[in-house]
Design a binder for this molecule. Structure first.
Ligand code: O2Y
Ligand code: MN
Length: 612
């Protein structure tokens, strides 16, 4: 048995003996300790006792505060540094050997140069801090696509969050011990402490690097403790590195939610859906249908890993174990299931605190409190003129607290995917729902999907942003190769005659006054009903240049406050608008260059042809 040599540990502070015989794991931990010089090393076992100790440490450091146990049991509020509040796409890099492999949607950096930069930044970066070794599983034990990672971090906030978002600790180390390959993830807040120096509540560094090495399956993140920058199981592993693994190994790692829908007649469909930010992905994942007898159960809200099973069918799992959801706008009206999920055991970040020790954010659908402590820790009143909660404030909570969680969420066999949905926020052009003509056409719809920017994101509000497969910031390789990979998966599924149907939805079409034409939320079940009718071959459709549209009578519209004209408007397309959109999609293809698959060029030409 190889154990970490005491001489390798940079200081004499006590550390627990690592419970692994894997020399590669021990060497990794020793190498990072030698580089970063922490004051102590802690191997995370994922136990309740460990979780309580980490939370107590965070409370003592002033990083989090405990909320009122009577109102929000066992829950905490963290306030980040004001400069560390969101994912930083401009500081996110794909360091593939060849620049072309990163493609035009990623920031590329030469791997050797980046390693040299990181070597400098990480040198003694954990001085005065505890270095946590966080083994974690993405996916349930036993699934063919479940993968393992080890995140080394000097942030106890990251440890507490990873304990919710992943299956962390002994459970993951056991899988490694059984021989699994694992992904290296190194994270430092980049704020070493001199002997006796007082810490700040949210240590971070103005210099930030979120870097990915797809060939060696490594992640190095420096300077931020926030969200996707630091919880490296999420966007960095489960999307950027996993998408490269999936390309090489023949599966899919996608930015999608996953639900199980049951009709009153007992028809079941599992639907995976990709939407850009601010299109209601979490609301769809936790939908409360307005049509009687329908249920929607939640399998995941952000990431789906899919593979072709032995019977040639597409199956999927959610690799995560928790939700890292955006708080503002989540309320009893918009998403009651999320609100119920947050009853307790929740780590909130950058929301406001009420005077009685509970949380509050804009859109919670309660009367606005007359006094709060805002996300910056300042006294706040409705007259303050600033948001009480940061627009990107978050809740971190385990899936098993979600009242609509499907029992299969932790099943290693995953679920058979019956339908794939792409969507965007478009005030015009795209109809409420359309079904792709074929798998190739569905991949075209995914590749060209676009959404109008909202105030929640950077950029000009209303401007159309192409976001292929909602993966623009998350595909760890060339975007055109991602599209080819989808086409290859489609060919494998075609061989067994089990391709899922592909749809595109737009809940956000507006009339000439600018009002939304569709009520959305729980009424989206009416669209899902049409999709399930299509899966069962129960309903026809009318052809259009972008695929099959429901005819007026095909959609259940009873009980909606909607005119026939409005219904007609959301279910039809204008050839001129579609032509303009297809030309714009052609510009996207031109910018991607020679990796665009010929099949997608053909679909673009066909769309233009059908507009004439
Ligand atoms: O700002 C962050 O780090 C959060 S971004 C995020 C969080 C949860 C789910 N999705 C996203 C996203 O940007 O897609
Ligand atoms: Mn996301």
């Amino acid at each position: 048995m190889t154990l970490l040599n005491a001489a390798d540990v940079p200081t004499a502070t006590p550390h627990r003996v690592p419970e692994t015989t894997r020399a590669d794991v021990l060497a990794f931990v020793a190498d990072i300790a030698r580089l970063t010089k922490p004051a102590a090393i802690h191997w995370c076992d994922g136990s309740l006792a460990e979780r309580e100790a980490v939370l107590s440490e965070l409370v003592a450091a002033g990083t989090i505060e405990k909320l009122n146990d009577d109102l929000r049991p066992n829950s905490y509020l963290a306030r980040s540094d004001e400069s560390d509040v969101a994912r930083v796409e401009s500081r996110t890099f794909i360091c593939s050997e060849s620049e072309k492999d990163a493609g035009p949607t990623n920031n590329w950096a030469d791997p050797d140069e980046m390693r040299a930069t990181l070597g400098g930044l990480f040198t003694e970066s954990m001085r005065g801090r505890t270095m946590y070794v966080v083994p974690f599983l993405m996916g349930p034990v036993g699934s063919p696509v479940t993968r393992v990672g080890i995140e080394i971090t000097d942030s106890p906030y990251v440890v507490a969050s990873m304990g919710i978002m992943t299956r962390m600790g002994r459970i993951a180390l056991d899988v490694i011990e059984a021989g699994a390959d694992w992904v290296k993830a190194v994270h430092s807040v980049g704020a070493p402490l001199e002997h006796g120096e007082a810490d700040v509540a949210w240590p971070s560094n103005p210099t930030k690097y979120i870097t990915h090495f797809p060939e060696t399956r490594e992640i190095w993140s420096f300077g931020s403790a926030y969200g996707g920058n630091a919880l490296l199981g999420k966007k960095s592993f489960a999307l950027r590195i996993a998408s490269a693994m999936a390309r090489d190994e023949g599966w899919l790692a996608e930015h999608m939610m996953l639900v199980k829908v049951t009709s009153p007649e007992g028809q079941i469909a599992h639907i995976a859906a990709a939407f850009p930010s601010a299109c209601g992905k979490t609301n769809f994942a936790m939908m409360q249908p307005t049509l009687p007898g329908w249920t929607v159960e939640t399998l995941g809200d952000d990431i789906v890993w899919m593979w072709v099973d032995d019977d040639g069918r597409l199956r999927g799992i959610n690799p995560e174990a928790g939700f890292f959801g955006v708080a503002p706008g989540t309320g009893m009206k918009t998403n009651p299931v999320a609100m119920q999920t947050l009853w307790g055991n929740t780590l909130f970040t950058n929301v406001a605190r009420t005077d009685d020790g509970d949380v509050w954010w804009e859109g919670m659908s309660k009367p606005v409190p007359q006094h709060l402590t805002d996300w910056r820790g300042q006294s706040w009143t409705p007259e303050s003129g600033t948001p009480a909660a940061h627009p990107n404030s978050r809740f971190t909570v385990a899936i098993d607290q979600c009242p609509s969680a499907a029992s299969e969420w932790n099943d290693p066999r995953g679920v058979v995917i019956d339908a794939i949905v792409f969507g965007g926020r478009r005030s015009d052009t795209m109809p409420l729902v359309v079904e792709a003509r074929s798998w190739e056409h569905g991949v075209y719809l995914g590749a060209t999907m676009a959404s109008e920017r909202t105030a929640a994101a950077e950029g000009v509000v209303g401007e159309l942003r192409r976001d292929p497969f909602a993966m623009a910031p998350f595909t760890g390789y060339n975007v055109g190769d991602h599209w080819s990979h989808w086409l290859h998966i489609g060919e494998r599924l075609a061989a067994s005659g089990t391709q899922p149907h592909i749809f595109h939805v737009n809940w956000f079409r507006r009339d000439s006054d600018g009002s939304f034409l569709w009520p959305g939320f729980g009424d989206n079940i009416r669209v899902v009903q049409w999709m399930m009718d299509r899966l069962a071959g129960r309903v026809g459709a009318s052809d259009s240049p972008i695929g099959a549209l429901p005819r007026l009578g095909d959609l259940t519209l009873d009980g909606l406050d909607m005119t026939i004209e409005a219904a007609h408007q959301i279910l039809t397309v204008d050839s001129d608008e579609i032509r303009a959109d297809a030309r714009d999609a052609h510009n996207l293809f031109a910018s991607v260059g020679d990796t665009v698959p010929a099949a997608l060029m053909r679909e673009n030409a066909r769309t233009l042809q059908l507009c004439d």
